[in-house]
Write a protein that binds this ligand. Sequence first.
Ligand code: MOS
Length: 750
Amino acid sequence: MPELKLNQAPAHVRHGSNMGQPLTRRDGVLKVTGAAPYAADSKVEGLLHAVLAVSTIARGRVTHLDVAAAKAHPGVVDVMTPENRPALAEDPDAKTNPFMFRLDLLQNDRVRYPNQPIAVVIADTLEAATEGAALLAPRYETEPARAGLDTEGRFSPNTVGVGNPAEASHGDVEAGLAGAAKRVEATYETPAQYHNAMEPHAIVAHFEGDRLTVDTPSQGLAMAQGRLAGLFGMDPKNILVRSPFLGGGFGSKGFIAGPQILGVLAAKLTGRPVKLVLRREHMYGPVGHRAPTRQTLRLATDGDGALQALHHHTLTASSTFDDFFEPASDIAHTLYASPAIRTSHEAVRVDSGTPLFMRAPGEATGSIALESAIDEMAEACGMDPLEFRLKNYAEIEPLSGKPFSSKALRECYRQGAERFGWSKRSLAPRQMRDADGLLVGYGMGTATFPALMFQANAKAIIKRDGTGVVESGTHDMGQGAWTAFAQVAADSLGLDIEQIEYRAGRSDLPDAGIAGGSAHTATAGTAIHRAGAAVIAKLAALATENPDSPLYGAGNAGVIAREGRLHRRDDESRSETFAAILDRAGLDQIEESGAAATDPAAAGAYAMHAHGAVFAEVKVDPDFGQIRATRLVGAFAAGRIINPKLVRSQLFGGMIWGVSFALHEHAAVDHRTGRVMNPNLGEYHIPVNADVPALEAITVDEHDPHVNDLGVKGVGEIGITGSAGAVANAVWHATGVRVRNFPITLDQLI
Ligand code: MOS
């Protein structure tokens, strides 16, 4: 893999204030010129190509594979099946912690879901491997598929997401419903959605003696390294995972998935480096997906429109062999004040791959249902939807009773509504038309996502020439991590960003945890900030304790780092360069580490969430029902914004996904076979440019002293929440038809 040379920041950057600047991404030129290396670009001498054969049935047993025919095909080197798959040190079905998901690694002939890998064909060329896989012509013993939310065997899961309680409540919901002036009960259905990152999962695996190097996209380098170490019985130190860039992750690359590990097994089997890239349709099974849900909302208000009860119930589906339950009801813990709130979950097991995290897992699915129900309740009360939300504004987190660490949602409502022109909305539906006679609808939704912290480490170095190096095994899924973290590093070291070498995307760097839960900038950023502060403290000690320094006697707190120098705080004219301090001390460099993790005291005392308000305009053809989302304005409060340009892109991405959720995305499952019928980008609809509305994302000032040292809340996932509901509510407002089955399609309107 080539050395990365990131281009320099624009010259207008002010020294000492890199954070908050809308810098262009440092890796931009690499990406647009095709020079940014992705996993499948890795070229290793003697590389073989592996292609998966996957099951076409949902449940049963593989009874025959024509391995001889595949092996006879010119160029095919070997065929890996349960018969000859190299032994593993750990059972792929073992689950020793809740973050360990069961994998299909050819452990036997069982088929547990459609598109489960059943063999791997390894050849000199991709074409030969592809043809070899086709020649396997599997035969099966087929059992009936279980598919859909009406599958028998409903049960209450113990936990949802990873370790969240499946049931929660405060107050008496039934009493609140019984005594209410107005009531709404409605059931909403969201379909399965599948990850369609532009870059499919891919791996290049290469053993050299007892060392393994893999190039593979990862949102969690150390976890991937650890899982490989467990499965292959290796010392993690002998495994290098490289992942400088990902072509999107969205949760599907949080854990190393089965097909990636099959690539490593193929390298082990053949004794040669192997590349395995998933075909698009192979993404629809073994790498996670967003589970379908059926959500029932029961709401009640008093005569003034104040909520008296809110019950959010979710029925979802998991696989037959592992546990992941979409925590869709949990969004109701946070958003609206009510003396009685209850959330609950039920599940069925179906013959699908195990559902997993998909951008805003729980919040995205839950939000479209809750925001639709809130809109229905506002209508029942004869109130404007914004007025209704303000009436039920949560001053403290309703379920926990905790104060918010910060919450500028009121300001989001105000700025978003003003920018959008919400005041021009008619109260009743089907009242507004554009010049072409199309029905126009305005809708809104509240956005929220938890401000999480996981754990991360970083190292900061100041070199004798006065420049800085910061290392942290962070991940760039496309969000701009290379730039945002370098901005944090530059400020923490008192250097200009051009003087920072930022090293990331490798497992031999300090463990930066996971790029997930919208917590990467907050967590790894804090670790980087602390590493920088620690190395500056060390440098300050070298100067202030030395009588030859102009800073002598100032004390550690008496100096400040700026523009590559330490200055006395009481007399800024007295300063010394980093280089001079190191030179006098005879040191080539100094380094320090920093770490960040959840602060249990702060997390115990405060409810920490980002918030937002999204306003949508749609136009609907009154004759044909064709729906267009035409305009989306979101105002978000997410604490400190490290880079407004990158954050805007993140918010746009989320908002477009909200449009997708409301109007486009739907994995259509054939209930007879359990198969997804549209496993490709032609028929699995996501918004193309013509479907994307005019977008505006505003970030509202918010100072949060509790979330972390930097005050960062994260923006990766919040954009979907609120947006999907806003679009759905706008469709109702345009047409007067309430569609509760997502995505909303024209046939449901006419
Ligand atoms: Mo996200 S679903 O935490 O990558």
